[in-house]
Design a protein around this ligand. Structure first.
Ligand code: PMM
Length: 269
């Protein structure tokens, strides 16, 4: 992976119900083929998920989640791809690490499963701790903030303290503001505008804005997730220019091009 530029993490949801690509890669062979396509399009990391976290989503059975994720991780790792696994469950994370996953992407930052932090500490893998307040089914009840930037920063700092307290290597922790998670549309913009507040905690930062509803809220016309690709690219440019470690996106080719443009622009400054 090239540390001189923002990395591109490609989304691969092996689920029937994710908000943008749900149902498209539910079949394991199709999911593996999509993972290879993401790599060919320029993904530095492929993020495999077996449980939808779209607003209102119900939890999926642990065995179902593991059955979706594990064979896809094994196949992609076998192809030499750096794989992260989007899971809130330590049991799924353990199976994924066993299958070769290099990164655990936990949208709950360790809050959903107390066994996650010790597992990550023991395994010594990279760990994305996203800002999260409640499971997707309830998160709309937790979307109030006095000052969203400082509250998200403080809540993530608490997660870091808990993770490090459980033995996780601080250098392995990557922070994510959790755009769209327990946040009304307007709360996402201050977080994007003040990424340096999160970066100030001293960890790598990643951003997942791809096709999310808050982007549609500022567009003159919003026709659903697929119509938000240009808006996603705009956020990728802004986040890359802010020096984030990675962006998590569905359209990898677009993000890769944006990142290279930002790099050229930065090199010329
Ligand atoms: N968003 C989704 C899922 N996983 N992980 C991280 N680290 N950050 C995010 O913003 C994030 C995530 C929801 O989007 P999807 O349904 O397209 O996967």
């Amino acid at each position: 992976m090239d540390p001189s530029r923002c990395l591109v993490m490609g989304v691969l949801n092996v689920t029937p119900d994710s908000f943008s690509d749900g149902g498209r890669w539910e079949d394991i062979d199709l999911a593996i083929a999509k993972g290879l396509e993401l790599r060919d399009d320029g993904a530095d990391i492929v993020d495999v998920g077996g449980e939808s976290t779209r607003p209102g989503a119900e939890r999926v059975d642990a065995n179902i989640e593991m059955g979706r994720v594990r064979p896809v991780v094994m196949a992609l790792v076998h192809e030499g791809i750096t794989v992260s696994v989007d899971t809130m469950r330590a049991s799924t994370a353990a199976a994924a690490i066993d299958a070769g996953a290099a990164i655990i992407n936990d949208v709950s930052g360790g809050l959903a499963d107390p066994a996650m932090a010790p597992l990550v500490a023991e395994a010594g893998v990279d760990y994305v701790a996203m800002h999260w307040r409640a499971p997707s089914g309830d998160m709309d009840a937790f979307d109030r903030y006095q000052d969203v930037v400082s509250e998200v920063r403080d809540e993530l700092e608490e997660r870091v303290e808990a993770l490090v307290g459980a033995g996780v290597d601080a250098d392995r922790i990557i922070l994510d503001p959790g755009l769209g998670f327990a946040k009304v549309a307007d709360s996402n913009w201050p977080l994007l505008a003040h990424l340096e507040c999160l970066q100030g905690l001293g960890h790598r930062v990643m951003v997942g804005a791809s096709r999310k509803r808050f982007l549609g809220s500022v567009l003159p016309r919003d026709d659903g997730p697929l119509s938000r690709e240009n808006a996603t690219s705009a956020v990728t440019a802004l986040a890359a220019a802010h020096g984030v470690w990675a962006v998590r996106v569905h359209d990898v080719r677009a993000a890769r091009d944006v990142v290279h443009v930002v790099n050229a622009w930065q090199a010329a400054r």
